[in-house]
Design a binder for this molecule. Structure first.
Ligand code: P6P
Length: 350
C-alpha cells in the first residue's frame, strides 16, 4: 500500500523557495529550522509543564509589568539561542525584551530580522489552555545595516514581512506559516520529532458561525463595535453567531483561520489603542489571514499598512472572513487614513 508521502516543513520551505525564487540559497530554510527547533524545545516543556515545576510565575515581570511565567522565559531563551546560531539572522525582537537585539558582528552580514512573541497566552499555562509562539520575519534594510540602533530596522510595516507563522501548543502541536505563497500547516509528529505537512494551502472560509471577543469589556467597546456584534448575535448575517473565546490569540485565530468567523480585540478603556501588539501578534496574524483569503484591519485601516513607531506598540485587531469584515466596515468605516488596499480587499463600494 502506498503510504502518503511525508513532507516536513523544511522540505516544504525548500520546495517553495526553489519554486518561487530559483536562485534561493536555502538560507531561509536554515533560518526557519532555528525557529522550528526552538518551538520543539518549548513544546517539550509545555507538554510536561505540570511535572517539571515550571508552572507558576518565575517571580519576575517582563518589560510590560506582566508576570513572567517560567515557560515564557524558557521559550524566549530557546528562540534567542537557536536564532543566534543562524548566522543569517542579524536582529531579534521579543515581547519579553524591551529592546531589539543586534547579534555581534551581524550588522553588515545578517540578512534577516525575526520578531516574536515566544509564548503568547502564557497566563493560560497553569490551566492547560492552548498557548502559542508567533513569529514574523523581515529583511534587514540596506540603510540600516550599519546602524548602531537595531530598533529602526525593526520598525517596518507588515507589508514588508518575508514570512510569518505561529505554533499552537494545543491538543496537537501545529505550525502554520506563509512566505507569501499561500498558508500551510504542519503537525508535529512526536514519534519522529518532525513537523509534517497536514494542512496544505489553508483557505479561510468566506464566512463562519463564530465571533470571538472578550465580552467582559462590552460596555467599553466603542458603540459601532457593539452595534456590529449585536448585528451578528441577532442573525443579521442570516444566521446566529455563537461566541468562542479562549483568551489565547493563537488558539482563537487558528480556529478562525480554519472555521471562519471573526476575531475582535477592539479599543477598550483599559487599552484605548487595543491590547495586542502590532509587530509580533497582529502583523503575522494579518499576513496569514490575507494569504488565506481573509481580511485584517485595526478598525481604521489594513493592519499590514501601519508603519510602527515602537517595537511594542499596541493595536486593535479585527480579523476574519471576507463577509464578516465587509459587514464590519459598514458599521466601522475605514478611517481617513484608509488604504486603497482595504477597499480592494473588501470590494467596498466607493
Ligand atoms: P484578554 C494573551 O494574554 C493575549 O495577549 C492574547 O493572546 C489574547 O488574545 C489576549 O491577550 C486576551 O486578552 O484581555 O481577553 O484577557
Amino acid at each position: 500500500m502506498d503510504e502518503p508521502a511525508i513532507v516536513t516543513v523544511q522540505q516544504h520551505i525548500l520546495k517553495e523557495q526553489h519554486q518561487h525564487s530559483p536562485t534561493a540559497s536555502g538560507s531561509f530554510s536554515w533560518l526557519l529550522s532555528g525557529i522550528t527547533l526552538a518551538t520543539k524545545m518549548t513544546e517539550a516543556r509545555v507538554r510536561r509543564a505540570g511535572l517539571l515545576d515550571v508552572i507558576g510565575a518565575v517571580g519576575n515581570t517582563n518589560t510590560h509589568g506582566e508576570q513572567q511565567q517560567k515557560l515564557d522565559v524558557f521559550a524566549d531563551r530557546a528562540l534567542a539561542h537557536c536564532l543566534c546560531l543562524r548566522e543569517n539572522v542579524a536582529i531579534i525582537a521579543s515581547e519579553e525584551c524591551e529592546d531589539a537585539i543586534l547579534f555581534d558582528g551581524r550588522a553588515g552580514s545578517g540578512k534577516y530580522i525575526v520578531v516574536f512573541d515566544p509564548l503568547d497566552g502564557s497566563s493560560n499555562i497553569d490551566v492547560n489552555v492552548s498557548v502559542g509562539t508567533i513569529f514574523s520575519i523581515l529583511e534587514m534594510p540596506e540603510d540600516a545595516r550599519f546602524s548602531e540602533d537595531p530598533t529602526e530596522a525593526v520598525l517596518q510595516p507588515g507589508t514588508r514581512q518575508l514570512a510569518a507563522g505561529y505554533v499552537v501548543y494545543g491538543s496537537s502541536t501545529i505550525m502554520v506559516y506563509t512566505t507569501g505563497h499561500g498558508v500551510h500547516g504542519f503537525t508535529l509528529d512526536p514519534s519522529i520529532g518532525a513537523y509534517v505537512l497536514s494542512h496544505e494551502n489553508i483557505r479561510m472560509p468566506e464566512s463562519g458561525n463564530y465571533y470571538s471577543s472578550n465580552d467582559a469589556y462590552w460596555e467599553t467597546f466603542p458603540e459601532p463595535y457593539r452595534d456590529y456584534l449585536t448585528f451578528l448575535r441577532k442573525g443579521g448575517m442570516g444566521r446566529r453567531y455563537a461566541l468562542r473565546y479562549i483568551g489565547s490569540l493563537v488558539a482563537d485565530f487558528h480556529r478562525t483561520l480554519l472555521r471562519g468567523g471573526v476575531f475582535l480585540y477592539p479599543p477598550t478603556d483599559a487599552n484605548p489603542q487595543g491590547k495586542l501588539r502590532l509587530l509580533y501578534e497582529a502583523n503575522p496574524v494579518a499576513f496569514i489571514a490575507e494569504q488565506a483569503g481573509g481580511v485584517a484591519t485595526d478598525g481604521r485601516q489594513r493592519v499590514l499598512d501601519v508603519t510602527p513607531t515602537d517595537i511594542h506598540q499596541r493595536t486593535p485587531l479585527i480579523v476574519g472572513g471576507r463577509s464578516e469584515l465587509a459587514e464590519f466596515q459598514r458599521f466601522v468605516p475605514p478611517g481617513e487614513r484608509e488604504s486603497n488596499a482595504s477597499r480592494e480587499l473588501l470590494d467596498v463600494g466607493a
